[in-house]
Design a protein around this ligand. Structure first.
Ligand code: SF4
Ligand code: SF4
Length: 587
């Protein structure tokens, strides 16, 4: 694929840092997020997660997906308290055309996107860039004044989808690049300037990942999964987590939960996925074999619950015959599966108070601010979030969840995460359950508790107004800014004295928009914000290649010079004069 046809054109580190410096000076924001929405690690309780030689200042982070695709996405996740980043899944087929729209969050949460949209070399650069960006930000005094000591963070590689693909030279080079990144880090140091110039020579570890999460195709047999785990451990010295599918529950159980318990009668789990996928007994035997292999070679093996669920696509929002269900129903499926695995593997899974059990359990399934306490209280590490961050409030929802967790721990007298887990275990025993996992599974199975996870829950579609969206002015709800995982929307104040009435105008950074469709879902007006609002470019070659779509911004004497057609270009020129634009365009 020619570079100009890529769906995304990430910005260089120098431009990201220049934006941060300018935006902080003008608005006390970073990538559109105001300082008061950052998450300072609390002083009264300890959220540190340690285990298997890893340390992270919180047990939470963004899941592999749209929030871990670009460097600025990862920085936003870090500012709101994420400290464990599962990088968006990479695979050997790195020129896939993803159908659009690829995200449908109107009610439950579906998608049809699955792996990185950038070619492997660009993905590698993006992840190393994010690593350097966080190393700089965590030492930058203005950020430290808000966050205090931000503590440690970690990146996890996520790879798919089969052994031959993972063994190819390009995938090998990608993984090597993340475990031996010294050269690229040194190259990126040359882009650290301006207010950050004093941080150019800070120590930055060259081994970016210690752990890989394996995401497999539906239908991947257990010997293939085991072959990949052995390869990653032996050839790349990585600890490995295998992401399991909710199909392990069997179609009858899944359909019973979705249809009868939660009331999602129109969700049709694809029968072929259940027939082709690993069966429960095979998974249990595989976990036993792989933990033995890991122990023999001095590595760690873990599982992650769960992958998304393949269902028939009957909604007509996204293209294709099938789509992937996530969000709240998946939470219920994943906890049910956790309960079954925990009972089938006594003493093996590291949940509840069993800190020394051999197999760690990571979790990513419908986690939100309202169930983070229960999920973290089970001992699941790390807990990663995706669907919830795609709703209005965006990345800030992670900080809300962490604040709620910290307040709960302080109120209950739990000084750290072990105490939180101990408290959950004690309560479970007192209520007659064998452990906290069983207690939580039983609570979710209770119709009263399950109500919010079901079709009658509060996942209402966004409010609609009977007005066709226009390039300038709108109801100015800011949803397009917060729901965009790529930070591709920004605002500028409306100039005084003109014919526009909204307080702010909304602009698209077209190089960072992959047309995922999420802002269209949450825009209350009729139309697609990413298409209708002014589309801005900062890279002339991208603007030219896209047929001079939108407007090119070039450095100018009084704000940017706007190139583009029609009256709108003149209007934008006036709007962006002076200090209005929180970007720096200097080369
Ligand atoms: S601007 Fe809209 S369509 Fe583009 S990436 Fe953001 S949310 Fe998706
Ligand atoms: S474009 Fe739509 S989503 Fe964005 S601020 Fe305007 S009304 Fe809200």
């Amino acid at each position: 694929m020619p570079a100009s046809d890529l769906p995304l054109h990430p910005w260089p580190l120098s431009r990201l840092l220049e934006r941060i410096e300018r935006e902080w000076g003008l608005r006390r924001q970073i990538f559109g997020l105001t300082a008061r929405r950052f998450f300072p690690v609390p002083g009264d309780v300890d959220l540190i997660w340690t285990g298997d030689g890893l340390t992270a200042a919180t047990p939470v982070g963004p899941a592999a997906g749209p929030h871990t695709q670009l460097a600025q996405n990862i920085a936003l996740g870090w500012l709101v308290g994420g400290r464990s980043f599962e990088l968006k899944t990479v695979q050997v087929l790195d020129e896939l055309e993803i159908p659009r729209p690829c995200i449908d969050m109107e009610a439950v949460g579906y998608n049809v996107e699955w792996s990185q949209e950038l070619p492997l070399p660009l993905s590698l650069r993006e992840y190393v860039k994010a690593w350097v960006l966080l190393a700089v930000l965590r030492r930058w005094e203005p950020v430290r004044e808000v966050l205090g000591n931000p503590g440690e963070h970690l990146f996890e590689l996520s790879v798919g989808y089969d052994l031959p693909g993972i063994q190819t030279p390009v995938m090998d080079a990608f993984i090597h690049g993340l475990t031996h990144a010294e050269g690229m880090i040194d190259e990126l140091r040359g882009e650290i300037g301006g207010a950050f110039g004093g941080l150019r020579d800070i120590p930055i570890p060259g081994r970016i990942v210690q752990t890989a999460t394996l995401s497999t195709f539906h239908g991947c047999p257990s010997d293939q999964i085991e072959g990949i785990v052995r390869h990653l451990m032996s050839a790349h010295d990585l600890d490995v987590t295998v992401k399991l599918n909710p199909t392990l529950l069997g179609r009858e159980t899944v359909a019973g939960i979705l249809h009868d318990h939660l009331g999602f009668r129109d969700v049709d789990p694809a029968p072929e996925a259940f027939a082709a996928d690993l069966q429960f007994a095979q998974a249990v035997a595989m976990i036993e074999r792989l933990r033995g292999f890991a122990a023999d070679c001095g590595r760690r093996f873990g599982i992650k619950l769960t992958n998304t669920l393949v269902v028939k696509n009957a909604r007509g929002v996204m293209p294709g015959e099938t789509m992937y269900l996530s969000g709240r129903p998946l939470h219920m499926l994943a906890i049910t599966l956790l309960d079954q695995l925990h009972r089938a593997l006594p003493g093996v899974l590291r949940v509840g108070p069993q800190d020394d059990a051999p197999v760690s359990v990571a979790f990513s399934a419908g986690v939100d601010k309202d169930n983070l306490i229960e999920t973290v209280g089970l001992g699941l590490r790390p807990v990663t979030i995706c669907s919830d961050l795609l709703r209005p409030g965006g990345y800030g929802r992670m900080a809300q969840g962490l604040r709620k967790l910290a307040r709960h721990m302080a109120a209950e007298g739990h000084a750290d995460l072990s105490a939180l887990q101990g408290g959950a275990h004690e309560r479970a025993l007192a209520a007659g359950h064998p452990d906290a996992v069983a207690a939580y599974a039983a609570a979710l199975a209770d119709p009263a508790t399950a109500a919010r996870y079901g079709a009658e829950g509060d996942l209402r579609p966004p409010r609609q107004v009977d007005h066709v969206l226009e390039m300038f002015d709108c109801v100015a709800c800011t949803n397009c800014v917060t729901v965009c995982p790529n930070d591709a929307f920004l605002t500028v104040p409306t100039p005084a004295g003109g014919d526009l009435s909204a307080r702010e105008q909304y602009l698209v950074l077209a190089e960072l928009c992959n047309d995922c469709g999420n802002c269209t879902t949450f825009c209350p007006e009729i139309g697609s914000p990413q298409v209708i609002k002014p589309r801005l470019y900062t890279q002339p070659q991208v603007w030219q290649a896209r047929g001079r779509d939108g407007f090119l911004l070039e450095p100018g004497a009084n704000g940017p010079t706007v190139r583009g057609e029609g009256e709108a270009a003149a209007r934008l020129q006036k709007m962006l004069a002076g200090d209005a634009l929180p970007l720096s365009l200097d080369e």
